[in-house]
Design a protein around this ligand. Structure first.
Ligand SMILES: [Zn+2]
Length: 71
């Protein structure tokens, strides 16, 4: 099964029985990333984590207590 990388347009032949191929055929993922691009993105993400410019959504400590209505 030929799949085209969404970033570099490289066409790769992946096993039609692979988990990735099944996901593509089921359209659970709309784009395929080759290993090179996948690694590159993972690297960038890690660097952003290191520089601290990338903020993960931390659980906000909102006060969820709702004012109780008194009848
Ligand atoms: Zn690629």
């Amino acid at each position: 099964m030929n799949v085209q990388c969404a970033i570099c347009d490289q066409i790769e032949d992946i096993d039609v029985n692979s988990f990735q191929a099944k996901r593509l055929m089921n359209r659970r993922i709309s784009s395929y990333l080759c290993n090179n691009c996948h690694d590159r993105i993972a690297e960038k993400t890690n660097k952003r984590h290191e520089t601290g410019n990338f903020h993960l959504y931390s659980s906000k400590n909102k006060d969820k207590r709702q004012s109780k209505r008194q009848k």
